[in-house]
Each structure stands twice: as structure tokens, then as C-alpha cells.
Design a protein around this ligand. Structure first.
Ligand code: HEC
Length: 158
């Protein structure tokens, strides 16, 4: 019995060494900058779950600052009525279709206009300030026209 126990101990001892070597090798292959792999290995072999610290999820930064969002809202407020006389579809065809597709259903940088949750103020803000690869439309179309385009973008979703 004692002999059996000893050999089991020995086998698991060897297995632990092989496992540790394997993990070390993988860690080296990934480059020694990633020292966290080694740290995790050390704690996992000691099985101390209370030392495990989950990485907090990154907080998603809002697309626009408070004042930028307010700008979109104030433009909408100012022109909500008068913009109804403007042909948003026509302007959309001229200025937006090249990147967003005829019905706004082309995926660009993972964004599809028919699927975004952006409401009219945010769409206006997006046009006013631009973002990423999309340049600002300030001065290209008037603020009133932005309101009309935004209304058309919303209509594409239904
Ligand atoms: C040069 C190509 C281009 C043109 C022209 C363009 N866009 Fe964009 N648009 C983009 C890109 C790229 C993004 C993604 C930006 C990002 O979040 O990195 C985008 C994002 C958007 C978004 C935000 C979608 C989301 O969920 O984040 C809206 C709204 C939008 N565009 C509306 C318009 C409107 C309206 C027009 C026409 C006035 C227009 N775009 C013209 C390239 C373009």
C-alpha cells in the first residue's frame, strides 16, 4: 500500500513538472512581455481561487461628449419643423450613399445605419462633428438639412 501511494505521488509530481514546463514554453513563445501568463500559472498550481482577480471590463466610452450631444439636440430643436420641407432622401443620396449604401444598409467600420440605435440628435451630432473615417458635414450641408437627413435615416429602419 505504501509503495502504491508513493508511486502515485511520484507520478503526479512528474505530471505537475511536465505541465509547468508546457505552460512555460507556451509563455515563452508568446514573448516575455506577457508576464501575466507566468503569474497565472504560479497561482493556479497552488489552487488558491481567492487570489484570482478578474480583469474589470473596459468601460465603453460614449461616442460623443455631453456638449457634442447637446449640440445635436439643439439643432434638432431649432429646425424640427422647418426641415420637414427639405428632401432628406435626396441629400442622403448625394452625401451619404457612397459610404452607407443606397438604403443605409452597407456595413462600414461595422456600422450599419439601418441597425444603429442612434436617434435623430445623435445622427445630427455624427454629421456635425464627424467621427473616425467619417468627416464632418458642417458647412457641407446646413444644420437644417442635417435635421432632414437624420429624419430620413430614421425612416430607413422601418
Ligand atoms: C466617407 C464615408 C462616409 C460618408 C460620406 C458618410 N459616412 Fe457616416 N460613417 C462613416 C463611417 C466610417 C462611420 C463609422 C464611424 C466610427 O464610428 O468609427 C460612420 C458612422 C455614421 C453614423 C453612426 C453610426 C453608429 O452607429 O455609430 C451615422 C449616424 C452616420 N454615419 C450617418 C451618416 C450620414 C447621415 C451621412 C451623410 C450626410 C454619412 N454618414 C456620410 C462613413 C461615412
Amino acid at each position: 500500500m505504501i509503495y502504491l501511494g508513493q508511486s502515485i505521488l511520484r507520478i503526479s509530481y512528474h505530471l505537475a513538472i511536465i505541465f509547468a514546463l508546457g505552460v512555460l514554453l507556451t509563455a515563452c513563445k508568446r514573448g516575455n512581455t506577457n508576464s501575466s501568463i507566468l503569474e497565472t500559472t504560479a497561482s493556479s498550481s497552488q489552487t488558491k481561487p481567492e487570489e484570482y482577480k478578474p480583469v474589470p471590463p473596459k468601460k465603453k466610452k460614449p461616442a460623443f461628449s455631453e456638449s457634442q450631444q447637446q449640440k445635436g439636440e439643439s439643432i434638432l430643436k431649432q429646425y424640427a419643423e422647418s426641415a420637414k420641407a427639405i428632401n432628406g432622401k435626396k441629400l442622403f443620396t448625394i452625401h451619404c450613399v457612397s459610404c452607407h449604401g443606397a438604403d443605409g444598409n452597407l456595413a462600414i467600420e461595422g456600422k450599419i445605419l439601418t441597425k444603429t440605435k442612434y436617434q435623430r440628435p445623435q445622427i445630427i451630432t455624427q454629421m456635425y462633428y464627424g467621427k473616425g473615417l467619417m468627416s464632418s458635414f458642417k458647412g457641407v450641408v446646413s444644420e437644417e438639412e442635417m435635421v432632414a437627413i437624420a429624419a430620413y435615416v430614421i425612416s430607413l429602419r422601418k
